[in-house]
Design a protein around this ligand. Sequence first.
Ligand code: GLA
Length: 381
Amino acid sequence: MSKASLVARFEQIFGRPPALVTRAPGRIEFIGNHTDYNGGTVLGASIDRGVAVAVAPRADGARNFHSTYTGKTVTLPAAGEPAKQTGEASWANYPLGVLAALPHFGLRAPEGFDYLADSDLPTGAGLSSSAAIELASALAFLGLTGQAPDRETVVKVGKHAENHFVGVPCGILDQGVSGFGEAGRLVFIDCAGPRFATVPMPAGASFWIFNTHTKHALVDGLYAARHRECMAAAAALGVGLLVEVSPEALRAAEAKVEPTAFKRARHVVEEIARVDACVKALEAGDLGAVGALLTASHRSSQHLFQNSTPELDFLVDTLAAAPGVFGARLTGGGFGGAVMALAGPGFGAAGAEAVAAAYAAKFGARPDVLPMGVGPGASVL
Ligand code: GLA
């Protein structure tokens, strides 16, 4: 919804205008699958869809959270520690997690307020609606209290909310891309620092998202399990994080690592090498090489990290063979969600429709086809 519609909706619900409106984008994981929490490198793109938040202060100490998604208001007291919500109100854990995170960075949380969130991101597609709501909320709460920390701190507040309040042991990819995104550019993150930079999106290339609407029932548990397997592999190799191991050193140390953990580790260390090769291929404008790296990343997810699904594999197989597509891969944590394709001008709506029709013939349901632009990062509007 536009800023004007969000303001109008806020007035309808709370009977007065908001003090400020913020917006943060979702992201595409371009390449660098499960590298972030292993201290590696990753490339992402902030997309032209996201979450917008409108807020106004209240003097009575009540915190009202309203989402256009549920159409309901959750009212909580400002006093005391934010309490974790369940059921229909559980979306509020994202702004609540941000409120709980702020003091860990020497920042103040606002007392009472009215809060409205609206999203044009598909949920469950692996486009990180959670990071988008965390960053839009963080900028809103910081704006309400007149605080302006640097961008890296805002990103870390969002990640802290996800790790410690929501309870997902994610790395910094999602919040980093939402926070540091720029129109027409990819965000590069060296997660060990962390260090953030951007590289131009190659001319003549575009993103397509195919959302399968499938999601493994245990997706959060599976993500945490992969996280544990990576840490176990690092411990067996005698390093703090897998980024410290080169692909050659890993091969030489295979006997030290339990076979499943070894496959996870091989995915991560080779994926970090692919990210670095991808940055070079982007700089050289070699979209053929970029695409081959994207598809190789998917194959590694499929066979080594085992976070793909038959639906995602089918889409990648079909897209990789489609005229005008440079490469395709699952995007985000995996175990369902969406596939991203990088395509040239030779691939358009008709090509995408053919892929969706082939998928529907096999699985009996259509994926959503979403052409995606690369838009700006989180900001106060
Ligand atoms: C999810 C997490 C990210 C990252 C990806 C996998 O999106 O939130 O931190 O680990 O999975 O690369």
